[in-house]
Write a protein that binds this ligand. Structure first.
Ligand code: EPU
Length: 445
């Protein structure tokens, strides 16, 4: 392994510096109108890395994760895990950031409420801590304000496995004094987080757990691969029924994080909207699910190459399409906002229906400030393509809304200034540097 000098490690993962704090006062200035060209390396998936890091709590042995995205969510989870007694060793190789986690001296005690309130995925600590320590005490999790985001499926599943759970004063107190037991669980919806939480709990439970109506996202499959490398017996990952034979003693593992399909889709929109051509290195077309054909229909050409996908606008230009968000392999809700930014500049009209989250149209008002023609009726946004967008000062309200505003800014005339950058940094690994390397006029200030 080539270990680069520590300055490059700190550039990749700045939170490793003891004095590092997120700079919430910064803004991002984007000047649009340049076609972006070059190579954009797709990082490990934002929504895979968090459950993977938490899976390391299931074993006293070393778990090494490679291709880790250097995102703010990873920083927040690292701080949480450190407080639980997990040791982490970071390194960089030519192929990216790696972390080795050691949870042999795990202390389930104090979990920082402020950190938990910043990240929805912290609820996954519940399954892992119950499994490893038989108890967990966690503040109610936070995360992006995109909908109600209950955790009832998580709690019902863990209770079915024998956990005693009480909710009081914003705290979740869970115990499994007799240990967790395998159970038959039917999820009301294929919830990504609930599937992950129950997988983490089930690998340590005694007996067999069957999760029906399980989520099928590539991040679920990635977690199953990592747990499998640790010795867990999981069958059916990627299908609606997961069968987990619990109780195997888990070893350490080395695992490469799956490439981020949402970063891939976001950057495909960037290439098309700027009329550029970008090789999205490591991108996997199959992981786009229904977004692949939707993009093609909208005029985003995606050609598979040996080491990724080449994205550009089709010769016929951008065309309006209708999109309905659905669990994987349906059109990803996380690509709804980026796609809307693209469609503001397409010929004709588009209808975008959001079925997963109740409040995931907060970017609409900001896109309108930039000249977009969008009307919202209930859960559907109707977009009429306009000839051009113009720069404005706009606020990021969640991670994908932030991405949508970057896309719009890269296509707009004049300067767009984005505030609320924490949202962008939560999910997009070094996006400013990577866009600048493709020729974008983009700078933090
Ligand atoms: N739901 C419940 N009760 C539950 C769990 C879910 O009502 O106990 C509802 C939610 O309110 C939502 C729906 O079920 O309406 C689906 O939620 P899901 O549990 O699948 O979402 P999640 O696990 O909270 C993950 C991603 C999201 C992504 C969704 C859907 C992570 C950390 N987050 O959230 O990512 O939108 O799956 O694919 O994995 C993002 O990256 O921008 C993001 C928000």
């Amino acid at each position: 392994m080539t270990v680069l000098p520590s300055s490059s490690l700190q550039a990749a993962a700045p939170w490793l510096r003891a004095d590092w704090r997120p700079d919430s006062g910064q803004v991002l200035a984007v000047r649009g109108g340049r076609p972006l060209e070059g190579v954009y390396p797709i990082s490990g998936a934002k929504n895979a890395i968090l459950p993977l890091m938490i899976s390391a709590l299931l074993t006293p042995h070393l778990v090494t994760l490679r291709n880790v995205p250097a995102s703010l969510d990873v920083a927040v989870l690292s701080a949480l895990l450190r407080r639980l007694g997990t040791e982490m060793h970071w390194s960089t190789t030519a192929s990216g950031l790696s972390v080795t986690l050691s949870a042999d001296r795990l202390q389930p005690g104090s979990i920082d409420g402020e950190l938990v309130s910043r990240m929805r995925a912290s609820v996954l600590l519940l399954g892992a801590l119950l499994a490893r320590c038989g108890e967990a005490r966690l503040p109610m999790p936070g995360g992006d304000a995109i909908g109600l985001r209950g955790i009832d499926f998580h709690l019902a599943g863990l209770r079915a496995m024998g956990a005693e759970i009480e909710l009081a004063s914003g705290l979740i107190e869970a115990r499994a004094p007799q240990g967790l037991k395998g159970a038959e669980i039917l999820l009301p919806l294929p919830s990504v987080g609930a599937t992950e939480n129950l997988m983490l709990a089930a690998v340590a439970a005694s007996g067999t757990t069957v999760i029906r109506n399980a989520a099928r996202e590539p991040e679920i499959v990635d977690l199953a691969h990592c747990l499998g490398a640790m010795g867990a017996k999981i069958v059916g990952a990627g299908s609606h029924v997961l069968t987990i034979e619990g109780g195997a003693a888990l070893t350490g593992a080395v695992h490469d994080v799956v490439p981020d399909r949402i970063e891939l889709g976001t950057l495909a929109c960037v290439a098309a909207v700027t009329d550029g051509e970008i090789l999205l290195r490591h991108g996997r077309a199959a992981h786009l699910g229904a977004a692949l054909s939707a993009f093609q229909a909208a005029g985003v050409d995606l050609c598979e190459e040996a080491d990724g996908l080449r994205a550009r606008r089709s010769a016929d230009g951008l065309t309006g399409i209708d999109v309905v968000t659905q669990p994987y392999p349906g059109f990803a809700t996380d690509l709804q906002a980026p796609t809307m930014a693209l469609l503001t500049l397409a010929k004709g009209a588009s209808a975008i229906t959001e079925t997963l989250f109740e409040q995931r149209f907060l970017h609409v008002g900001e896109l309108r400030r930039m000249g977009a023609d969008i009307a919202v009726h209930g859960r559907t946004a109707r977009v009429r393509g306009v000839a051009g967008l113009h720069g404005a000062t706009v606020a990021c309200t969640d991670v994908r809304a932030a991405a949508a505003l970057v896309i719009a800014g890269l296509a707009a005339d004049g300067e767009t200034v984005l505030t609320g950058l924490d949202h962008l940094d939560r999910g997009y690994d070094r996006i400013v540097d990577k866009l600048a390397a493709c020729g974008a006029d983009i700078v933090r200030r």
